[in-house]
Design a protein around this ligand. Structure first.
Ligand code: YYY
Ligand code: MG
Length: 147
């Protein structure tokens, strides 16, 4: 079972899209193992986006992600990193296809609603930036064999 860090960004929280975004992840059959509403600090945001440090959009991105609460989550599933990024859609709102979260709900970059880790290494690092090990809940879902 693979795990990933998914985060509803401040625009998703403000627009009341938490429920609909979570529904898509549940519909796909992924398993939620941790979730909390967080006001991200500047230091935490800079750690989260450390691979983008120095890029022209970095400052704007950190300002955006710290502008209101986010819903930080850990989800599990086979191949979840690739599968969740497919559900999320392309980074640029002009390229995100209908049927994806960004394609259906986002109209301006960087207001693209949700973050998803891009590799197992990123997932480990991003999860550790938001959660302690005791915050991840291990449990079985009885439908797992059918997904
Ligand atoms: O992983 P993902 O969120 O799809 O994109 P990244 O390339 O990691 O960029 C992180 C974040 O930065 C993106 O969601 C929007 C913003 N951004 C931007 O504002 N302008 C860009 N040219 C590239 C990314
Ligand atoms: Mg990324």
């Amino acid at each position: 079972m693979d795990r990933t860090f998914l985060m509803v960004k401040p625009d998703g929280v403000q627009r009341g899209l938490i429920g609909r975004i979570i529904s898509r992840l549940e519909d796909k059959g992924f398993k939620l193992t941790a979730a909390k509403l967080v006001q991200v600090t500047r230091e935490q945001a800079e750690r989260h986006y450390e691979e983008h440090k120095g890029k022209p959009f970095f400052e704007n991105l950190v300002n955006f992600i710290t502008s209101g609460p986010v819903l930080a989550m850990v989800w599990e599933g086979d191949d979840i990193i690739t599968l969740s990024r497919t559900l999320i859609g392309k980074t640029s709102v002009t390229e995100a296809l209908p049927g994806t979260i960004r394609g259906d709900f986002a109209a301006h970059t960087p207001f693209n609603l949700i973050h998803g880790s891009d590799s197992p290494q990123s997932a480990d690092r991003e999860i550790a930036n938001f959660f302690g090990p005791e915050e991840e809940v291990q449990y079985d879902k009885s439908v797992a064999a059918w997904i």
